[in-house]
Design a protein around this ligand. Sequence first.
Ligand code: UDP
Length: 337
Amino acid sequence: MTVLVTGGAGYIGSHTVLALLDAGEPVVVVDNLSTGSPDALPRHVPLLVQDIGDEAMMAGIIRSYGVDVIIHLAGSVVVQDSVRDPLAYYRNNTVAAHGLLSAAVRCKVKHFVFSSTAAVYGNPAQLPVPETAATDPQSPYGASKLIVERMLQDVAAAHSMRYVILRYFNVAGADPDGRAGLSAANATHLIKIAVELATGQRSQMDIFGTDYPTPDGTCIRDFVHVSDLAQVHRIAVSHLARGGRSAILNCGYGRGYSVLEVLACVRKLSRKDFTIRHAERRPGDIVAMVADVRRIRSELGWVPQHDDLNAMIADALAWENKLVALRNLRKDSAASA
Ligand code: UDP
């Protein structure tokens, strides 16, 4: 069974590729390297630098590699950017998925795993939020993903395809063995920014809002370790291969931490007492987001291995230290050349 991973050179993609390789699955990656890097992948993995929206090209790739299942992760992911440039998000996330799905239908691919987001819920009426909750995305990013969810469901019904739609909550951490992590520049995510601060790569950071209606006044998120999320993709592929039914599944741990709790944990583990500015609320932020995880546990039998904020932040810190060391090494060798 050959698995095509779009966006496989990115953060979640590279961890997913490792999980598949560790399980002995043949993998081919398509990535346009807009944010990903070839260094994120083991050298023997075929990497095709290509836009996934090009139907003819994707059909050629699916045929020549004998692809049986597609894990579709390629896309743009920064909520604030999507508000500034919605058309870029509808092009990269929605229109591109149309091209990929057309190629999948043309080549009779029967199994499809799609990376969606908790942003499709908007501000949930109940917590933890179940998959049956109303969808009401508050950003073009969330909307661009929700349209693909619908497109995939319609395509699956018309062409006897089965799918797993994964709604990610807040993904963080890095491969515990140091093989992969979040390398993209211009981070916007809380834990990445905090570990950059703790490793001396930035001089300050802001807490966006301390007057929310939560116990400590800061927003609450359900953080899931990227290696656990990678395993979810692998298990979803096996589920479909076994004849499992189509499903929409929340990917989180079902437990929330506040921004202040996360920062306290980064301080404790890094032993750096950095200062943080209290800033205005960031427009569009959801107050609290926690996954109802009963469905993913029962449908996939998923048992997380890294459900521990300390371990997640320790892995993120270790990866960040590795990036700093690599950068210093490159500087030193450039200076001595
Ligand atoms: N956040 C913050 N400072 C930062 C980055 C994020 O206070 O520099 C807060 C953000 O306002 C939100 C939470 O951390 O309440 C999670 O934000 P992130 O961008 O990591 O993920 P999101 O939930 O928005 O997808």
